[in-house]
Write a protein that binds this ligand. Structure first.
Ligand code: T46
Length: 142
C-alpha cells in the first residue's frame, strides 16, 4: 500500500509559521469541505469506515494522533505529528484515528460535501466493496 504524506511549505519568519494550502496546487483535489475534531477523549478511536468516492487530506494542526489505513489487504499506521504534514486518504480505504494527544486538533480537507450515503461503515461490506470495485482508483499513482 502506498502511503502519501504531503509536506507543506511553512512560511516562517520572526513572527512564527504560516502554512497556506491551495486546491489543485498543494492539495490534489477541489476542497469542498473542511472539518476538524478536537477535545478528543483519552483512548478514543474514531473513524471505522471507508468512503466510496471521498478523498481527503488529514492534518494534525496541533498535538499528535495516529491514523490506521487499511486497503483490505494491508494495514499501515501513520503518525501525524507536524502541523505542516498532510496524510492523503483515498476512497475505498478503511480508516481509524486514535492515540490523540489531549491538545490534538485534527483538520480534514475533503473533496466532497458531507454525504452519509458515501460511507461504508461495516468492515465486511468494505471488503466486499473492494472485491467488486477493485483497487482504489484515486489512490493509484498517488
Ligand atoms: C472521515 C474521518 C477522518 C457532519 O455533520 N458533517 C461532516 O462533514 C462530518 C465529517 C460529520 N458530521 C457529523 C456526522 C456525525 O453525527 O458529525 C458527527 C461525527 O462524524 P463521524 O462519526 O463520521 O466522525 P469520524 O471521526 O468517525 O469520521 C470523520 C469523517 O466523518 C470521515 O469522513 O474520513 O473523520
Amino acid at each position: 500500500m502506498l502511503v502519501t504524506k504531503y509536506v507543506f511549505q511553512p512560511h516562517g519568519d520572526e513572527r512564527g509559521q504560516l502554512v497556506a494550502l491551495e486546491e489543485h496546487k498543494d492539495i490534489p483535489f477541489e476542497i469542498k469541505r473542511v472539518y476538524y475534531m478536537y477535545q478528543t477523549g483519552e483512548g478514543v478511536r474514531r473513524g471505522y469506515h471507508a468512503h466510496k468516492s471521498l478523498e481527503q487530506i488529514l492534518i494534525c494542526i496541533h498535538g499528535t494522533c495516529k491514523v490506521l489505513l487499511d486497503d483490505g489487504r494491508e494495514k499501515k499506521v501513520v503518525p501525524l505529528e507536524k502541523p505542516y504534514e498532510g496524510l492523503y486518504v483515498s476512497n475505498a480505504m478503511w480508516r481509524e484515528m486514535f492515540d490523540f494527544s489531549p491538545d490534538a486538533v485534527l483538520m480534514v480537507l475533503a473533496s466532497e460535501f458531507y454525504d452519509e450515503s458515501d460511507y461504508i461503515r461495516n468492515y465486511d461490506e468494505f471488503l466486499e466493496y473492494i472485491k467488486t470495485h477493485g483497487d482504489s482508483s484515486a489512490n493509484e499513482g498517488a
